[in-house]
Design a protein around this ligand. Structure first.
Ligand code: NAD
Ligand code: UDP
Ligand code: UDP
Length: 327
């Protein structure tokens, strides 16, 4: 297609595209006809998440750390690059803050130069251990600045600040989504997340590790629902930068999740209690009124349906001989 054709495909940069959420987002963007450039340093991502796209004419992969400047020409940017699970982001906490802050500055500088709309994958962790429940976007959060989760929480908070300052100072077209716990196929088998841990433990007949008394709660969003929320947010007018919560408001205790996984896998695994990690939030549930109003969005997938698909994914992964999977 000639470059000056009236119709020009959107060229979209997805940072962190080899990861769990990014790879699903890329699938959706390619399905609707966009061109996608994925930039990822493969710290926690895996190229196998993109294997099915090998040779795709509208897809390109670039291995790079976004803490270094990036000069490419794109129309939109989804900034997802950042380790997301506590095990991964606490492995090298300084690097975690760097990718959130320096990475964001580079992507914002890029967006400013090419006049691209840019979305930040923020997180419910910016609310810390919340004293308001459920959490609306207007809640400012309760984060321990010197705790083991702070490298992630404060990095993401600072990234939000940078996004809004580039918006105010340079008139940048920004979008900020605050993502709550999301699960689905292509979650990392070894990253210690509760959904992947419980499913793998159940499938392997290992004890299900409940940290603390299992009465802490989370609300789990299926990945396809979340990606739909990303796309809708990206398509809103420039007068709505966010932030907007994206997550599933159906709240479950960790014990209830364990029981659901046991039932769906038919596993005989025992439940065992382990110590609760430091600063582990007691409750987390999104208030998604704003997403409903501005995006006409709400999750459609029930926990059982989403877990069934995720269990099928891990079941297949575990059957592959070379899978190095321990929860
Ligand atoms: P993930 O670890 O699967 O994906 C993150 C990707 O970023 C990986 O492919 C990793 O290799 C890449 N990456 C990390 N550091 C990088 C760097 N310096 N340069 C380039 N690439 C780098 O995690 P995910 O669950 O897909 O999360 C994606 C984004 O969504 C993250 O920003 C995360 O903070 C956010 N988020 C996720 C959840 C969730 O429940 N999964 C919840 C809240 C927020
Ligand atoms: N940057 C980049 N790609 C670009 C433009 C900028 O990676 O296409 C980086 C660049 O390294 C810079 C950062 O983005 O440090 C912030 O850019 P900005 O223009 O906001 O700031 P300045 O260059 O004036 O410090
Ligand atoms: N959790 C658990 N057993 C596990 C892994 C996690 O009980 O094997 C708990 C964890 O302490 C937390 C909740 O499940 O209360 C969600 O943990 P995850 O790491 O998935 O997400 P986050 O804490 O970031 O919300």
């Amino acid at each position: 297609m000639p470059y000056n054709s009236e119709f020009r495909r959107q060229r979209i940069l997805v940072t962190g595209g080899a990861g769990f959420l990014g790879s699903h987002l890329i699938d959706r963007l390619l399905d609707r006809g966009d061109e996608v450039l994925c930039v990822d340093n493969l710290f926690t991502g895996d190229k196998s998440n993109l294997d099915h796209l090998a040779g795709h004419p509208r897809f390109e992969f670039m291995r790079q750390d976004i803490c270094f400047p990036l000069y490419v020409e794109v129309d939109q940017i989804y900034n997802l690059a950042c380790p997301a699970s506590p095990i991964h982001y606490q492995f090298d906490p300084v690097q975690t803050t760097k990718v959130s802050v320096i990475g964001a500055i580079n992507m914002l500088g890029l967006a400013k130069r090419v006049k691209a709309r840019i979305m930040q994958a923020s997180t419910s962790e910016i609310y810390g251990d919340p004293s308001v429940h459920p959490q609306p976007e207007s809640y400012w959060g309760n984060v321990n600045t010197i705790g083991p989760r702070a490298c992630y929480d404060e990095g993401k908070r600072c990234a939000e600040t940078l996004f809004f300052d580039y918006h105010r100072q340079h008139n940048l077209d920004i979008k900020v989504v605050r993502i709550f716990n999301t699960y689905g196929p292509r979650m990392h088998p070894n990253d210690g997340r509760v959904v992947s841990n419980f499913i793998i433990q159940a499938l392997q007949g290992q004890p299900i590790t409940i940290y603390g008394d299992g009465q802490q709660s989370r609300s789990f969003c299926y990945v396809d629902d979340l990606v739909e929320g990303f796309l809708r947010m990206m398509d809103t007018g420039s007068d709505f930068p966010g932030p907007v919560n994206l997550g599933n408001p159906n709240e479950f205790t960790i014990k209830e999740l364990a029981e659901e996984v046991l039932e769906l896998t038919g596993s005989k695994s025992q439940l065992v209690n382990k110590p609760l990690p430091q600063d582990d939030p007691r409750q987390r549930q999104p208030d998604i009124s704003l997403a409903r109003e501005k995006l006409g969005w709400e999750p459609k997938t029930q926990l059982r349906a989403g877990l069934t698909k995720t269990i099928a994914y891990f079941d297949e992964l575990l059957r592959k001989n070379d899978a190095d999977v321990t929860a």
